[in-house]
Design a protein around this ligand. Structure first.
Ligand SMILES: [Zn+2]
Length: 106
């Protein structure tokens, strides 16, 4: 399914102009445990709903930027350069050291 995405530098383009960089994850603390590092590298929230994501304007200015998109409808709420992105809502923030909770390592 194709949809439109707005590059903060170039404006609205087909999504095929862009590369998907994945959902934005909180970096672990300064000296993360093995578990925290594994969770950061390999586990994704995979939200059915609104999430913040990295995108790359592959066929244009080649800038990385942040988008907030509803994964159910592909409706893009906004896009911004990383320095200009609005602060996440407190309910959407993952506390430092939270590895996702549900995932367990055997
Ligand atoms: Zn661009």
């Amino acid at each position: 399914m194709s949809y439109l995405l707005s590059c903060p530098n170039c404006g609205v383009r087909e999504v095929t102009d862009f590369g998907y960089g994945g959902e934005i994850a909180s970096r672990p603390m300064e000296r993360p445990s093995f578990r925290e590092l594994n969770a950061y590298n390999y586990f994704r929230r995979n939200v059915a709903g609104v999430q913040r994501e990295w995108w790359f304007h592959r066929s244009g200015c080649r800038a990385w930027f942040v988008a907030e998109r509803d994964t159910r409808t592909n409706e893009v709420h906004w896009t911004a350069l990383p320095d200009e992105a609005p602060a996440p809502e407190p309910s959407a923030q993952v506390p430092a050291g939270n590895t996702g909770g549900e995932a367990t390592l055997a």
